[in-house]
Design a protein around this ligand. Sequence first.
Ligand code: ADP
Ligand code: MG
Length: 711
Amino acid sequence: MRPVILNTLFTEASTLPGVGSRMKALLSRLAAGDREQGALVKDVLLHLPSGCVDRRAMPDLLTAPDGQVITALVEVEEYLPPKPNTRQPFKVICRNETGYLTLIFFHFNENYIVRELPLGQKRVVSGRVERFDSMLQMAHPDAILLPDQLERALRVEPVYPLTLGISNKFLGKVMEAALARAPELPEWQEQNFREKHHWQGWKAALAHLHHPEKAEDAAPVSSTWARLAYDELLANQLALGITRGLVHQKAGRIVAGDGRFRERLVQSLPFSLTGGQQEVVREILADMASGKRMLRLLQGDVGSGKTVVALLAMLNAAECGRQAALMAPTELLARQHYARLSAMLEEAGLLMDAPLVFLSGRDKGKQRQEALARLADGDVLLTVGTHALFQDDVVFHDLALAVIDEQHRFGVKQRLALARKGTGTDILLMTATPIPRTLTLTFYGDMEVSTLKEKPAGRTPIDTRIMHVAREMEVIEGLKRAVAKGNRVYWVCPLIEENNSFPLEGEGKPTAAAEARFAVLKGAFDSRVGLAHGQLPPEKRDAAMLAFTRGELDVLVATTVIEVGVDVPEATIMVIEQAERFGLAQLHQLRGRVGRGGAQSHCILLYSAEVTETGVRRLSILRETEDGFRIAEEDLMLRGSGELLGTKQSGMPGFKIARFPEHGELLLAARDDVKLLLAHDPRLESPRGKALRTLLYLFEYDAQMQYLAGG
Ligand code: ADP
Ligand code: MG
């Protein structure tokens, strides 16, 4: 049971003053991660600033420098409304004894202006100023306050990652309310370690981060942030440690088939396995045949041929009359895996001997009941599905092997749930994201790693070009010719979230770029164009992708939803628009969607006019190499882990606080800390152990806690 002391943190954020139902939904989108329930108070507290604005400068208005953020106490002198039916802004002339300041409002609401800035009254305004012809202007002040609130305005204000519809001001208020509710928690860090780093306690650190005294206080490298990052890493490593204990404690079972199914499969393949594939299969079979439980990660770049490796391992289980499951992070991917495995099994004449079913969250009713029944009585040996396979009503007769594809989209939490599905189930994780050593540690702990380095022979390298967006028409003409010859094209657009505290109707929709591009290309390609992005209903998105797969569409305009695993061998061209906005590793992942058949494939990286010279140079790494590991390392050096893994903000998936490379050292420290701790206090019963239980609950490793409690 979660300790009572955490109760306030686990209440819904909608209980905070000012959070109505609309804000509740927006806050959840912003801070709740993949939690289905809405955002909690703790989610708000752990929504950390992305930077600060220093509002303490009060320069003379006459000489205030262009571009500075200033705060000024001024008198409202005159309104200058725009001429009717123009798109001009509304101007408000203000002054004080040091000079004039013109406030500018675009898309204004006059009532608001009259209410907030009454003529002849004094107000405190704060915001960034610009100079036009020696006139000092401030467009949309960030704050308009009464004169007696001047002290409050003169501060270092944290700036939060936002979503459309939530302003920084609103979030700041919600944050205050959340901070007021934060309890003092028992210290779970080791005392000497904490003193050595001069770290504050948990609550003090949190408060400091949200009330920075100087800009550096709210940066990931600050000691306040480091303390909180260490907490998160410690919880992660501890949870992994406990999970590992569970995995190894239940002895594995010997799964060593006679090879009869595998042989038939290998015979029927239209290719022979590469040396790398054979070696990796050997490693996996050796693990499965040992009495120890397997916990192995299979890393291999996109197109390196992991699927057939997985199938061979699954057939090994089937040869023993035991079950194996393959799980993918999305419905589409799972279906694709299902189609491919079915085809391979059919080709090998194995569908009768090793029957395969599909299980998804979307299937309901009779179909699902039937699949569940067949899994439960062991009639079906192989299954492919989404996370629906983790659910409580899924019971396996005898699950020997679980293969999890694209693992970093699942967390440590689900992994434990899965490990408990069978007795001594072997686990094989597969990822196409090459992960540098440091990061492997967080996601996988100290698990065994197999790597597929070479790609299957006969692949033609992808011809990658980097072009200025001005050549767009030329590119489209080229695509038309290619499509006429039967090629299919992906056109990828970036997601752009506007961090605007004055969101305007219809602007800043993150998928706007894709929608606009879709409209343009539809004209150019006779409407044989589809659109797939994350804000479309899943059915619509899947339908577009399916139509593209079937060749009913020539062009698929998409956001990064196509990044993972979609396999259309006829797609030979990928255009990526505003390529400079993507991380290199992400571009590499995207590019891996083409070049899957035998034909020559092309990738065109279009960069926009605003790109820097370094930006273009960065892109050229992709022209030089197709080595995913090299690209990942370069990317990590250049931009940090968030970009590497293609997440929106600069954190890591599953991590709200810790950053890489900034906190790499702390990760190693946390690992050592946990090793020592679990050796002495494996059930977390010492005083520090008890405090650590609170930490685990705080980061929602409830499953690990249940297990510790003897479940
Ligand atoms: P991954 O899942 O690692 O991205 P896949 O398993 O989807 O890669 O394999 C990509 C393509 O390569 C598939 O079409 C597959 O049939 C093919 N392939 C796999 N192994 C080989 C091989 N040894 N020789 C030739 N083609 C192969
Ligand atoms: Mg794959």
